[in-house]
Design a protein around this ligand. Structure first.
Ligand SMILES: [Zn+2]
Length: 308
């Protein structure tokens, strides 16, 4: 019987999903449906999964597992989203609710750690790295000896809330000067507009770096904050590589070149880790969710316990 995984990637405002049969996306490149979460994030998740189950059945396949990447504070082992401010979830037993509803084994994990699974699959030789998705916010997935590190409460890797600027800008978390308040796509755009610039996205700001004084200033602050965070991670973890993903990860050399230079200048006492762009790109979350679903299925058929 083929393995038929319904994989979903929950974002701040959208839910994306795809069907994977024996590891292959069918139909290829079917990232839709994407729902606005206005009707409630959980309803959007159910709607996307129902649509995916319908797609699978239309192709003659019965779903065998579900994999979910979600933002927030996530306890993977309990299948529980402890807190997700953007989604309005507190102590939501998401894994169990979906298992009951769809009748197949389900695994959920933090979105950054889920996406890091796709990076691991793309480069199995890479055992120690930090994956940093930069989008609306900034988080990190820490991978040590080939395993993602969740921490005691599932809250490891909250890189966005490392203070990088003393008495700096207020952050949504209640602190001041957080990395996220300078280096997230949201912060870059907000700071550019507040300074009198005209842009619709952080990518627009990235596009005028080198030609526009305000963009240069906002961008330099973002790079400096990120470099401070990466320097801290490097001193703590000694990763082989730092992988930048998320929407801003696609900015390419306009971000990576000054970032490498700044990290190197901060780490005087050692060689800096390589800094690269995500191999899996914007689809890392979905690909990782498919891998999570595969793990859910093999766990239920062999041991009933998740081992990694
Ligand atoms: Zn913060």
């Amino acid at each position: 019987m083929p393995e038929v995984v319904l994989a979903i990637d929950i974002g701040g405002t959208t839910v994306k999903g795809s069907v994977f049969v024996d590891g292959n996306e069918v139909p290829p490149g079917s990232t839709v449906p994407t729902f606005e979460k206005s009707s409630g994030a959980f309803d959007a998740v159910l709607a996307v999964l129902s649509a995916l189950a319908g797609t699978a059945r239309a192709l003659g396949h019965e779903p065998t597992a579900i994999g979910v990447g979600t933002p927030g504070l996530v306890d993977r082992r309990a299948g529980m989203v402890r807190y997700a401010a953007n989604l309005g979830w507190t102590n939501l037993p998401l894994g169990q609710l979906l298992e009951t509803r769809f009748g197949v084994p389900t695994l959920i994990d933090h979105d950054a750690r889920t996406a890091a699974r796709a990076e691991m699959a793309a480069r199995p030789a890479l055992r120690n790295f930090v994956f940093i998705p930069i989008g609306t916010g900034v988080s990190a997935a820490v991978v040590v000896a080939g395993k993602t590190v969740a921490g005691a409460r599932g809250q490891a890797g909250e890189l966005g809330h490392i203070p990088t600027v003393p008495n700096g800008r207020p952050c949504s978390c209640g602190q001041f000067g957080c990395l996220e308040a300078y280096a997230s796509a949201g912060a870059v755009l907000a700071r550019y507009i507040a300074g009198g610039g005209n842009a619709e996205s952080a990518a627009d700001v990235a596009g005028v770096v080198g030609k526009d004084g305000l963009a240069n200033e906002v961008w330099a602050d973002a790079v400096n904050s990120l470099a401070t965070g990466i320097t801290t991670l490097t001193a703590t973890l000694d990763p082989e590589e730092i992988i930048i993903g998320g929407g801003l990860g696609a900015a390419g050399s306009v971000l990576l070149d000054p970032l490498r230079e700044k990290v190197e200048s901060l780490l005087r006492w050692r060689d800096p880790p390589a800094i690269s762009a995500s191999r899996a790109g914007p689809r890392a979350g979905l690909l990782g969710a498919a891998l999570l679903g595969s793990a859910a299925r093999s766990n239920s058929t062999h041991t009933g316990q998740e081992s990694s």
